[in-house]
Ligand binder design. Structure first.
Ligand SMILES: CC(C)(COP(=O)(O)OP(=O)(O)OC[C@H]1O[C@@H](n2cnc3c(N)ncnc32)[C@H](O)[C@@H]1OP(=O)(O)O)[C@@H](O)C(=O)NCCC(=O)NCCS
Length: 183
């Protein structure tokens, strides 16, 4: 058992909670959907998404929380349905912390990604004490760019990410306090 506690965060309509082994089929289905992984760097290679990979990813999600932040399973509070994943992750090379999210298709278009991303930023800045949070989006992923801009990140220019051309985004804690998160 880990020595750290993985927090649960309630938003207006969502519950961001620790991933558990029982999420394996839902998580595997999420990551096997070509429309979900289309814009995730390297995502194509994960289709079909084997159960064993889902299991090890879920374990890795839990372990990563030893840093004090990580990726949650996102649940629709009213129904208990598995909506997807969202949270914060440490980037291997730069050590920057990125906000990320991926939702199952039936839950797109309801503002859920914005709600989850906003909660992840608030957690990172208020609970973890991060100075800055970044994100990377392939330019074709207009929905994700909208989500990032809606929660206050601004584009910093295009860059290379694991061989993919991506648009960088960032927000510093001072900007966050002044804008969306400060209210
Ligand atoms: C990106 C994703 C998380 C968006 O989820 P969502 O819950 O539908 O997002 P929201 O409803 O919070 O907001 C989406 C915004 O994008 C807009 N949008 C949606 N599809 C769009 C499209 N094809 N083109 C332009 N804008 C689009 C919506 O109108 C909305 O904008 P608004 O806030 O001005 O109304 C979801 O599509 C997803 O999981 N995609 C696959 C994984 C992924 O790409 N993750 C991000 C990697 S960087």
């Amino acid at each position: 058992m880990p020595e750290f506690r993985i927090p649960t965060v309630a938003t207006g309509r969502l519950t961001l909670r620790p991933f558990v082994a029982a999420d394996r089929p839902d998580y595997a289905a999420l990551r096997a959907d070509p429309d979900v992984v289309r814009f995730l760097p390297g995502g194509e290679a994960l289709v079909p998404f084997a159960n064993e990979i889902a299991e090890s990813r879920i374990a890795a999600f839990r372990d990563a929380w030893s840093r004090g932040y990580g990726v949650w399973a996102v649940e629709e509070t009213a129904t208990g349905a598995f909506v997807g994943q969202a949270g914060l992750a440490s980037m291997e090379r730069s050590g920057e912390v990125e906000v990320l999210y991926a939702l199952a298709r039936p839950f797109w278009g309801r503002g859920y990604a914005r709600e989850a991303a906003a909660a992840a930023l608030r957690f990172g800045f208020e609970q973890v004490g991060l100075e800055r949070i970044v994100a990377f989006v392939v330019p074709e992923n207009a929905a994700s760019s909208r989500v990032l801009e809606a929660v206050g990140l601004r584009a910093t220019g295009d860059t290379d990410y694991n061989g993919f051309r991506v648009r960088g985004y960032e927000i510093a804690v001072a900007e966050w306090r002044r804008t969306a998160g400060g209210s």
